[in-house]
Design a protein around this ligand. Structure first.
Ligand SMILES: Cc1cc2nc3c(=O)[nH]c(=O)nc-3n(C[C@H](O)[C@H](O)[C@H](O)COP(=O)(O)O)c2cc1C
Length: 166
C-alpha cells in the first residue's frame, strides 16, 4: 500500500483528485522495426521553449513499454473533440495498431495522425524513472497545428467539451 508520511493513501481517492485537473487528450505514436503503434495519453506537458522540450508519462505495466523504450523517436498527436473513438480504441490493452486510422509519415519516422489538432514530432531527449511510470522527455524536431478545431477534453474520468469562450 502507498503511504503519505505514514498515512495510508487511498489510490481511488488519489486518482479522483487528480481527475479534477482537466486535460487535453493525445495519442503518442512510434515505430520500431515492426508495426507502428499508438497509445492514448493525457500526461502530455510542455517543458521548455529553448530548447523545445515536451514530456509524457507511460505506465510501466503498459504492453507498449518495450517499444517505447527501444524507440528513439515519438510523435504526440493532440486529439480533436471528434476523436473519442480513436481515443477509446488506443486506450485498450492488447491492440495498439494504427490500422484504419489516417496517418502519414513524419520527419522523425513516426506516423502522424492526419486530423490531429496539433502534433509534435520528437526525438527522445531523456527517460526518467518515476515510480510506476517512465517520463519521456522529447526534443521537438517538427510541429504544426490546425487553425480551426476544438480539443478533446478529459475531466473526472469522462470526455468533455469546452464551454467557455473568452
Ligand atoms: C484519456 C486517457 C488518458 C490516458 N493517459 C495515460 C497516460 O498519460 N499514460 C499512460 O501510461 N496511460 C494512459 N492512459 C491509459 C492507456 O491509454 C491504457 O492504459 C493503455 O492504452 C492500455 O493498454 P496497455 O496496457 O497495452 O498499455 C490513458 C487513457 C485514457 C482514456
Amino acid at each position: 500500500m502507498s503511504t503519505i508520511e505514514g498515512t495510508a493513501l487511498d489510490q481511488r481517492k488519489f486518482r479522483d483528485a487528480l481527475g479534477c485537473f482537466a486535460t487535453g487528450v493525445a495519442v503518442v505514436t512510434t515505430c520500431t522495426d515492426g508495426e507502428p503503434i499508438g497509445i492514448t495519453i493525457n500526461s502530455f506537458s510542455s517543458v521548455s521553449l529553448d530548447p523545445p522540450l515536451v514530456l509524457w508519462c507511460l505506465d510501466k505495466n503498459s504492453d507498449t513499454l518495450d517499444v517505447f523504450q527501444k524507440s528513439e523517436t515519438f510523435t504526440v498527436n493532440v486529439l480533436r473533440d471528434e476523436h473519442m473513438e480513436v481515443s477509446n480504441r488506443l486506450a485498450k490493452p492488447g491492440d495498439h495498431s494504427l490500422e484504419g486510422i489516417e496517418m502519414i509519415g513524419g520527419v522523425n519516422g513516426c506516423p502522424r495522425l492526419v486530423q490531429a489538432l496539433a502534433h509534435f514530432e520528437c526525438e527522445v531527449d531523456a527517460r526518467h524513472d518515476a515510480g510506476d511510470h517512465i517520463i519521456f522527455v522529447g526534443r521537438v524536431l517538427h510541429f504544426d497545428r490546425a487553425v480551426e478545431g476544438e480539443p478533446l477534453v478529459y475531466h473526472r474520468g469522462s470526455y468533455r467539451a469546452l464551454s467557455i469562450d473568452s
